[in-house]
Design a binder for this molecule. Structure first.
Ligand code: B12
Ligand code: SF4
Length: 653
């Protein structure tokens, strides 16, 4: 037996996979009680690690344990992890995974702590890969990590992860691994692995992510995909995807997916993937639904949109980026033809799939006025259901970034700001702060009450709640939390002690005082948002045929009288409606008497809570002794009852 094998004997190696978050402007880690999207990279690395363990690649005497941590939804127990490395015959290795540029500062701080605790640390993902792909030599922030003994991994590791782990187990980790030139064939590689415990940290725990392909054939100057994952598409086997989706459904009840491919329309196996999904839906009764990202020419691929609909696609995320052809030309986005946009959107709409466009502000021909006009055109001319706005950011790994570095153009030195909602470059048409103000205004105007109502009124009933919940998520993230929906989840947590270096850790009391002030403000904003969404629901909710019939009968009876209906009249309305809709249930007499009190019926008839709003407004302006207590109680009861109906309806969906 060789020395190395002896050293490995009886060893337990623990791999801690950590997806780092980023800092907010006050230096707190952006973390939420519940997230929205689980990390696909974490799931990929988890399954690759499990594959290494199952195949016994580290030798029969080595047990491999995996721990998955996501900084965006849970506190990273740095001390516990460091301690776990001190036990005899145990070794803990930390892998910081999927690190984007805006997460690099946070990832570096974690890496420093783990290195100080004596652990082996690896880092990979788009920042290091993109940065090393296009720059000459190693950039200072990456060199700083190498200098403290962190191993940097450039490129994808489907075919090489076992080798890296073996090096780690044998204490032979290199400072830098470079796999960019030999991109793995992902056809038969393990698929992202689902961990129930992890999914529970997300608002919808039956929501999963899978990348069915990697790469993109286009050439946009602001994008790093092409320089990291390449222009040649690599795809996963449709059969293996089917197995994984089937297992995920039967084992974890997962049936809603975000296929994270940057351009699903250019996956050469799209037809086979859709056929497989159709079989799962139609033959195996798995109620699959999914979202995909596509380019603006996707609607021209024969059969693509129609098959997507049949396969369960509910929303399509389209790389529109701009309505101005000059901007598109400047960004090298030559595949986007503004004349096609109407056709593009209506083709997806005809298939009953909601459209969601990615839209960037800060291109060379943008001005504050053009941004306002663009938002109006998205609403009035194109009628897209949703838009995600981004500020143009020179992302490391993109041609824009490489050009700016080469020309010595100014850009923010703080990578934490490379999250697309901070101004990182100066634009000649905007004063400092003006681009951000226009961007913020765009969110407000696009997600205005009137536009949301218009969208929901014409939404496909099956898609109603998906869009409704997206509105809630987007409004909360962009307009209340002041962040980006793609970063924010629900209920922001702020760890007092885990602050970015350079920001003071406050005393418990100061922190408590500050947080309670913030929470009071937030509670007020959430209350207004909840009432706004409740009103939106009242005005747009999809009513069943039976309910519509009942309402018509009630209206008929009410038209002759200027009072609330009596229970006998309500019963008559129910009986008449039931003649047309036998499924309608006629409530018992006491229930009808209760309804006749006009609580629910009035709401169903009026489609609004405007009367309640008016009452509370008037009540607020009166002196306490001038209020009629019975009216306050009655309206409070009606309001609570209505809200409960709203929440119940949403939860049912
Ligand atoms: C899906 C996605 C999202 C999803 C969520 C991600 C999720 N929950 O899974 C959403 C929509 C929320 C999102 C949001 C954002 N995203 Co995004 N996103 C993606 C996308 C399209 C796919 C990610 C993915 O699953 N990739 C597949 C995995 C397997 O690839 P990978 O991460 O590179 O990992 C492989 C290797 O890098 C390597 N590796 C990775 N880590 C490690 C670690 C070690 C130790 C080792 C050995 C190897 C290794 O091994 C992996 C397997 O081979 C990527 C583009 C892309 N094609 O990757 C953009 C991308 C990552 N996003 C990007 C950006 C900018 C953002 C946002 C800032 C934009 C915004 N304002 O919305 C936010 C930030 C959110 C946040 N803080 O996380 C950029 C990042 C660029 C950069 N240099 O920072 C990318 C690259 C897109 C782009 N335009 O260039 N995103
Ligand atoms: S189409 Fe999308 S993924 Fe492809 S290069 Fe352009 S921005 Fe990147």
């Amino acid at each position: 037996m060789s020395n190395t094998t002896l050293a490995l004997k009886m060893k337990k190696i623990k791999i801690v996979l950590i997806k780092p978050s980023k800092y907010d402007d006050e230096g707190y880690v952006i973390r939420h009680f519940r997230g929205v999207l689980p990390s696909n990279t974490l799931a990929c690395l988890s399954s690759l690690t499990k594959n290494v363990a199952d195949r016994g690649l580290l030798g029969p005497e080595t047990a491999l344990e995996i721990e998955l941590l996501d900084d965006t939804v849970q506190k990273i127990p740095v001390k516990r992890i460091i301690k776990s490395n001190r036990l005899p015959f145990r070794r803990t290795i930390v892998a910081l995974v999927g690190v984007q540029s805006n997460q690099f500062p946070r990832a570096s701080d974690l890496a420093k702590k783990f290195r100080a605790g004596g652990l082996q640390v690896l880092i990979g993902g788009f920042h290091v890969t993109g940065m090393l792909a296009l720059s000459k030599g190693i950039s200072p922030e990456i060199q700083a990590l190498i200098d403290i003994g962190v191993t940097v991994v450039k490129g994808e590791v489907e075919e090489t992860w076992g080798g890296i782990l073996r090096d780690a187990a044998e204490d032979k980790l290199k400072p830098l691994y470079d796999f960019l030139g030999c991109k793995p064939d992902i056809y038969s590689q393990p698929l992202p692995r689902v961990e129930r415990k992890y999914l529970k940290r997300f608002i919808i725990s039956n929501f999963g992510t899978i990348d069915c392909s990697r790469g993109c054939p286009f050439n946009c100057s602001f994008c790093s995909i092409i320089n990291v994952q390449g222009k040649e598409m690599r795809v996963r086997s449709p059969q293996r995807l089917a197995e994984s989706i089937r297992n995920n459904y039967h084992e974890h009840r997962l049936y809603f997916y975000f296929f994270t491919d940057d351009n699903f329309a250019r996956n050469r196996c799209w037809k086979e993937v859709f056929e497989m999904l159709i079989r799962l839906r139609e033959e195996e009764n798995i109620p699959l639904q999914f979202m995909i990202q596509v380019d603006t020419q996707s609607h021209k691929i024969p059969g693509f949109v129609q098959m997507a609909a049949r396969a369960g696609c509910t929303q399509v995320f389209i790389g529109m980026e701009s309505i101005n052809p000059q901007n598109l030309k400047a960004a090298g986005k030559t595949q986007n033809n503004v004349q096609d946009y109407k056709d593009l959107i209506s083709t997806w709409h005809n298939a009953k799939i909601a459209t969601h466009v990615a839209y960037i502000f800060g291109f060379p021909f943008d001005t504050p006025e053009s941004i306002r006009e663009d938002v109006r055109r998205l609403q009035n001319e194109l009628g897209v259901e949703q838009a995600s706005f981004f500020m143009l950011t020179p992302i490391p790994g993109s041609r824009d970034h490489a050009r700016m570095v080469q020309n010595g153009e100014a850009m923010s030195p703080d990578l934490n700001e490379y999250d697309s909602f901070h101004e990182t470059i100066r634009h000649p048409n905007f004063a400092p702060g003006e681009l951000f103000a226009s961007y913020q205004k765009a969110w407000e105007e696009f997600y205005s009450y009137d536009y949301m109502r218009e969208v929901l009124n014409r939404a496909n009933p099956e898609n109603y709640w998906n869009i409704f919940c997206d509105f809630l998520w987007y409004k909360n993230s962009a307009l209340i939390e002041g962040g980006h929906p793609m970063i924010h989840g629900f209920f922001r947590l702020k760890d007092r002690t885990d602050r970015r270096p350079g920001f003071a850790v406050q005393s418990r009391l100061t922190h408590l005082f500050r947080r309670s002030r913030e929470l009071r403000r937030l509670a007020g904003s959430w209350m207004s948002l909840a009432l706004e969404m409740e009103e939106l629901w009242l005005q747009t909710r999809k009513r069943s045929d039976a309910e519509k019939r009942l309402l018509a009968e009630i209206k008929k009876l009410r038209s002759g009288v200027n009072r609330n209906l009596r229970s006998a009249e309500l019963q008559l309305a129910h009986v008449r409606a039931r003649l047309h809709c036998p499924e309608l249930h006629v409530p018992s007499k006491p229930a009808l008497a209760f309804r006749a009190l006009n609580f629910r019926m009035a709401k169903r008839l009026t489609y609004t809570r405007a009367d309640l709003r008016l009452f509370w407004k008037k009540a607020g302006s009166k002196k306490l002794f001038l209020l009629h207590p019975h009216k306050v109680v009655l309206n409070l009861f009606r309001d609570v009852q209505l809200f409960v109906m709203f929440i119940r309806d949403m939860a049912k969906a």
